[in-house]
Design a protein around this ligand. Structure first.
Ligand code: AMP
Ligand code: MG
Length: 432
């Protein structure tokens, strides 16, 4: 089998490129809060000017800036506007007048600034202003945030709390979103047992199906957990065929060089194209990414047994195939390779542009030495004040150490050309 080993950057670029070919499979309209973390299937426009009136941004006095060019200035108090009150007809600001105003209230005609209450002294019908203002100060003009019918959220945007705020600001209680993609999860390994059964002494509980399902849900997709596949080709093939009915197939385990690592070999039976069969990263080096040519080809179907894949492909040209990621089985490798490579595919299948990985810089707390050649994504804890973020590597027993990952809140990135990092040196961290 020919190996295609990419650097991290090449592998990530390859996944992003392939993701461009994927689309969401349909739309549905839901109550806005049910759309959290979903992707908009419609453009959303402002239904009116935002703000709909000139809005005071401070509690204080609405006035004419020209009237307080010389301070202190004494102005006539002619009324009050609070948030939500309609402007009274008789409030029209003339020379030397002011109106008491609250945050969020409409600024009356004639006024061009609001002076904060802290810089004023009121007594009876007059107010002494002790600070000058420039025209426009503490006022957001009508329509300054968006004018009526302006696009405020475009199709393909993922809805987080800030986007929910925009949608509801313009009156959208029902929103059209793309259907969630279904992501099949197949854990492999003779030693792997279900969480509900008592493991034998040399058996390992299946945590990967659950960590992956959790990551799939967090990515806004729907996990389809398949039964555990043994390290035996017939059943593995059956379960892979089942998984290929979903929009994306994630496999865990069986992609290393061991005698019983059969995943890549069985995937080849599906006439798969492999984009890479390894990446120069730690953890996660044996990660595999590819696509079947004909997902409907059932390799166990006796009617197609022995028929060359190319012939089968030609017989069902309507299918473009299903993408798969074979993730290494060590729990940290599984989680990290999902973070690095699965997300762009899920974004695209959800109707969104793939979100970039987000990195920040932080000072490494302790010196670190390693061998060059791999881009390392190590479990780490980011802390410290905003002026001096610090990152500490979590002590780990290698990529099988599931407990270490649970103490991390980011991945520290050590580039492939680095043999050592000094204490206090700035490194990149991947915010997950
Ligand atoms: P593999 O990638 O199949 O060589 O597995 C590497 C390591 O990960 C082995 O120690 C496996 O026991 C462990 N492992 C594989 N699959 C799982 C899983 N689903 N849950 C937890 N650990 C796993
Ligand atoms: Mg295995």
């Amino acid at each position: 089998m020919s190996e295609i080993i990419h650097t991290f950057d090449e592998a990530r670029a390859c996944v992003e490129r392939q993701a461009q070919r994927l689309r969401a499979s349909g739309t549905e309209t839901l109550f806005v809060l049910e759309c959290l973390n979903r992707v908009l299937a419609e453009d959303i426009h402002a239904d009116r000017d935002l703000p709909p009136f000139p809005r005071a941004t401070r509690d204080g006095y609405a006035l004419r800036a020209a009237d307080i060019a010389q301070i202190p200035a004494t102005l006539r108090l002619i009324g009050q506007v609070k948030a939500g009150s309609a402007l009274s007809e008789n409030i029209k600001l003339a020379n030397g007048a002011c109106v008491e105003i609250m945050t969020g209230a409409p600024v009356p005609p004639g006024a061009d600034a609001v002076v904060m209450v802290e810089y004023t002294t009121a007594s009876g019908d007059s107010v002494i202003i002790s600070r000058t203002a420039i025209a426009g100060e503490n006022i957001v003009p009508r329509g300054k945030e968006a004018i009526a019918s302006q696009l405020v959220l475009s199709k393909g945007t993922r809805l987080k709390h800030a986007q929910v705020a925009v949608a509801t600001s313009v009156g959208k209680s029902q929103v059209a979103v793309f259907k969630k993609p279904r992501v099949a999860i197949l854990s492999t390994g003779d030693e792997i047992v279900d969480v509900a059964s008592a493991p034998g002494h040399y058996q390992i509980r299946n945590s990967n199906s659950f960590s992956l399902a959790a990551q799939v849900i967090a990515a806004g997709a729907e996990p389809v957990q398949l039964p555990i596949a043994p390290d035996e080709p017939t059943r593995l093939r059956e379960l892979i065929a089942e998984g290929l009915k979903s929009d994306l197939l994630l496999l865990s385990g069986g992609v290393s060089m061991g005698k019983y690592d059969l995943v890549e070999q069985v995937l080849r039976d599906f006439d798969s194209e492999f984009f890479f069969t390894g990446a120069k990263i730690q953890p996660g080096k044996p990660v595999v990414f590819g696509r079947t040519s004909t997902a409907e080809m059932a390799p166990l179907d006796t009617s197609t047994a022995g028929v060359p894949p190319a012939v089968l492909r030609a017989s069902c040209p309507q299918r473009t195939g299903t993408y798969f990621l074979g993730l290494p089985g060590n729990p940290l490798s599984t989680m990290v390779t999902f973070t690095l490579f699965a997300r762009p595919l899920i974004d695209a299948l959800s109707g969104a542009q793939p979100a970039p990985l987000v990195f920040a810089k932080a000072a490494l707390s302790e010196a670190f030495t390693t061998k060059p050649g791999l881009t390392r994504f190590l479990p780490a804890a980011l802390s410290g004040p905003h002026s001096a973020p610090q990152v500490e590597l979590i002590r780990w027993q290698g990529s099988g150490d599931v407990v270490s990952m649970s103490r991390a809140n980011c991945l520290a990135v050590i580039p492939p050309d680095k043999e050592s990092v000094a204490a206090g040196e700035l490194i990149s961290v991947l915010i997950q």
